[in-house]
Design a protein around this ligand. Structure first.
Ligand SMILES: Nc1ncnc2c1ncn2[C@@H]1O[C@H](COP(=O)(O)OP(=O)(O)OP(=O)(O)O)[C@@H](O)[C@H]1O
Ligand SMILES: [Mg+2]
Length: 262
């Protein structure tokens, strides 16, 4: 299978603080690549580089063999049309109704008649388990509904690549399963390539072709769900078994001590 996304020796510093350290991985065409790791480990930062919202301190990001850092602004905007991005916070436009949020790409980039856009929006909303919300504003929705509207917007223009930042956080188990199914369906029926950042381990293990575990901006393990489950790495084992004690917490308290916090 051909490589769709390639991240090569990516480093990111914000001021003096290093947030990503030598991150490298490849995502193959039609693959569902899941990123797991503790809060603050750099997961969102990684995917923001893939859509070009952040620029590497050093290292490269290739999509379809194009180094996205070399694109000029105009080309980057065009390039982004290949990519759907579900922001961790959803990032809906509060002053626009649901249908305008989901249909935003078409309103901005095409001359498609409004009635057609609305039809398309209703279809996309159905895919994420929503109906009769088209004319509401984001503030009139529950958190889980907002998340799904944002998801409908991310997939609205049939992108080749979808980056999902926590697609099931805050959703009930049935709706989460529905979203997992949607991610699988987009791969199987349309051939979408996906990167999914999640804290939902059940979802990670059920949808992933491969899983990457990152800890403090460093890649610790990459493998199939089976390989990650059987990993001998103590950090991975503590994380996936949800253990309160182990190297992750040990490291935390050691650092706290060094800073005189205890
Ligand atoms: N724009 C920014 N400026 C400065 N620091 C940032 C910025 N964005 C992220 N960081 C820092 O980078 C680190 C990684 O953040 P990131 O959002 O990638 O974590 P995450 O793994 O997505 O965490 P979570 O699971 O909580 O969403 C954090 O320490 C955060 O404070
Ligand atoms: Mg995040």
């Amino acid at each position: 299978m051909s490589v769709k996304i390639k991240v090569e020796n990516l480093y990111k510093r914000f001021d003096k603080r290093e947030v990503l350290h030598d991150v490298s991985f490849e995502v193959k065409n039609r693959e569902i690549f899941v990123i797991i790791g503790g809060s603050g480990s750099g997961k969102s930062t990684v995917i923001k580089h893939i859509i070009g919202l952040l620029k590497p301190t050093s290292g490269k990001v290739f999509i379809d063999s194009t180094d996205i850092a070399t694109l000029r602004d105009r080309d980057l905007i065009d390039f982004r049309k290949k990519i759907g991005y579900l922001f961790q916070e959803g990032a809906l436009f509060d002053s626009l109704r649901v249908w305008e949020n989901v249909g935003f790409f078409y309103l901005e980039n095409t001359r498609m008649p409004i009635s057609e856009i609305r039809k398309l929006v209703t279809k996309k909303l159905a895919l994420v388990g929503l109906k009769d919300v088209e004319d509401l504003y984001p503030s009139q929705l529950s958190g889980g509904m907002r998340k799904r509207v944002a998801l409908a917007r991310a997939i609205s223009y049939n992108p080749e690549i979808v980056l999902y930042d926590e697609p099931t956080s805050g959703l009930d188990p049935v709706t989460s399963a529905m979203i997992d199914n949607l991610i699988l369906k987009l791969r199987d029926e349309i051939g979408v390539t996906s990167i999914v950042v999640t804290h939902d381990l059940e979802s990670a293990f059920s949808i992933a072709d491969r899983i990457m575990y990152i800890h403090k901006g460093k890649v610790v393990a990459i493998g199939t769900p089976e390989e990650i489950k059987n990993s001998q790495d103590m950090f991975v084992r503590q994380f996936i078994n949800r253990l309160p004690e182990g190297p992750i917490t040990q490291e935390f308290f050691e650092e706290l001590k060094m800073k005189g916090g205890r």
